[in-house]
Design a protein around this ligand. Structure first.
Ligand SMILES: Cc1cc2nc3c(=O)[nH]c(=O)nc-3n(C[C@H](O)[C@H](O)[C@H](O)COP(=O)(O)OP(=O)(O)OC[C@H]3O[C@@H](n4cnc5c(N)ncnc54)[C@H](O)[C@@H]3O)c2cc1C
Length: 371
């Protein structure tokens, strides 16, 4: 029932607008309030705070799958980032006062969220970050900058990784929540990207921003630990989107190769095409089983960092391989943006980089093997 309802939401609210949003480089804020009204935000948040009271990640998975099926992954990322990636920081780390202040708006879509870790000088090496938050009475004074921040233009609350003790690496990190309007907080450009055009990705600048201590998320000095606890869910969300994007690409391609003829026969009936399609079918099915197992583990509170890292690198590398092969099977039309596979190709490239690169995922797994 949730899938049917969300599919209708995509058909009504997202698909008719996707071309305009891709050109605008951003989705309107009303997409979030519409999603909130439709019960598609904060499904796991308790009803007392305006959520759905259903803490089962399969609901999130359905949203990720349906936006990919419709070829609207860029716009969909606005919602999945808010729901799958940012929200868990709030539900797991907020004090009761913060929950009362923020969760109802996050669930209704009136508050849009983002998470800012990456800086111009560092991405993979998070502990090397240089944005500082130095305590001054009841505030932290934040200085520095972030870049590549998804929902960066639209966001009202930004979970920001900072150094509260710049002399330390991991142990000096904390999370503070910046709000849309704070003196000294400025947004830079909405960055021009290769793909994901309907997704706003921005630079953020902080110059003596006074952030109340009441906006500290979790424990001072535990920021890295909090990130490590929340990143597996982020990575699983990206992995699941990768499998869904692969499934969508294969579906569009199957339709195409049955209709298009060359040398007097459908191009899908060449042995090379059949083998390619069969390989994709098999690999996607295998990936789906692994992702499903990871989701069961996440629901049971047992998903490990290594399992999530494995899902993330494998499924996004699969996505890249699949969309590339599908473009090839479309021939020249695969390079034309009027075909969904062309946008899927541009959108896929970032997935092995954001949320932690393939190389960093392999580092996480490799280290756990004692090497
Ligand atoms: C569209 C988009 C959206 C994003 N959204 C967000 C967001 O919402 N929030 C946020 O905080 N960030 C976001 N990012 C940033 C993203 O997470 C980083 O780009 C990513 O983590 C890589 O960091 P980097 O770009 O600094 O690359 P670098 O860390 O400089 O890495 C460059 C290359 O070196 C390799 N490398 C680095 N270290 C090692 C190592 N130890 N061993 C082997 N190879 C290594 C990497 O794998 C990579 O191939 C986004 C990025 C993009 C492009």
């Amino acid at each position: 029932m949730f899938r049917t309802a969300f599919r209708q939401f995509v058909d009504k609210e997202i698909s008719p607008n996707i071309e305009a949003w891709e050109k605008a480089g951003i989705v309107p804020r009303e997409l979030f309030t519409a999603a909130g009204a439709a019960g598609c935000l904060g499904m796991g948040v308790s009803e007392a705070y305006g959520g759905g009271g259903e803490d089962d990640f399969r609901y999130n998975l359905i949203i990720g799958e349906e936006v990919q099926r419709a070829g609207t992954g860029g716009a969909g990322l606005s919602i999945t980032l808010h729901n799958d990636i940012c929200l868990p920081y709030f539900t797991s780390l907020c004090t009761d006062e913060q929950k009362r202040r923020w969760l109802p708006g996050i669930c209704s879509g009136e508050i849009i969220t983002a998470v800012a870790m990456t800086e111009p000088g560092i991405g993979s090496d998070l502990a090397g970050m240089s944005t500082t938050a130095i305590r001054d009475g009841d505030s932290y004074v934040v200085n520095g900058s972030k870049t590549f921040i998804t929902n960066g233009i639209n966001a009202d609350l930004i979970i920001t990784a900072v150094k509260t003790d710049p002399t330390q690496r991991h142990k000096g990190m904390s999370l503070v929540v910046l709000e849309r309007v704070m003196d000294g907080f400025e947004r830079g450009r909405n960055l021009e990207k290769v793909g994901l055009h309907s997704q706003d990705t921005a630079e953020l600048f902080f110059s003596d921003v006074h952030v109340p201590v009441a906006n500290l998320l979790g424990t001072e000095g535990q920021g890295f630990v909090h990130l490590v606890q929340n990143l597996p869910q982020e990575r699983l969300s990206i992995a699941a989107a990768g499998v869904a994007a692969s499934e969508a690409a294969l579906g569009w391609t199957l339709e195409y190769v049955k209709e298009r003829n060359a040398f007097g026969q459908p191009i899908g009936s060449f042995q090379n095409s059949r083998f390619k399609l069969a390989e994709m079918r098999t690999e996607i099915d295998l990936a789906q089983v692994y992702v499903d197992r990871c989701i069961e583990a996440l629901n049971a509170g047992e998903l490990t960092a290594e399992e999530a890292a494995g899902a993330k690198w494998w499924c996004t590398e699969l996505q890249k391989r699949v969309v590339d092969a599908c473009v090839q099977l479309h021939g020249g039309y695969g390079y034309m943006l009027e075909f969904p596979i062309a946008r899927a190709y541009a959108d896929a490239r970032i997935t092995t980089i954001y949320g932690g690169t393939t190389e960093i995922m392999k580092e996480i797994i490799g280290r756990s093997m004692g090497v």
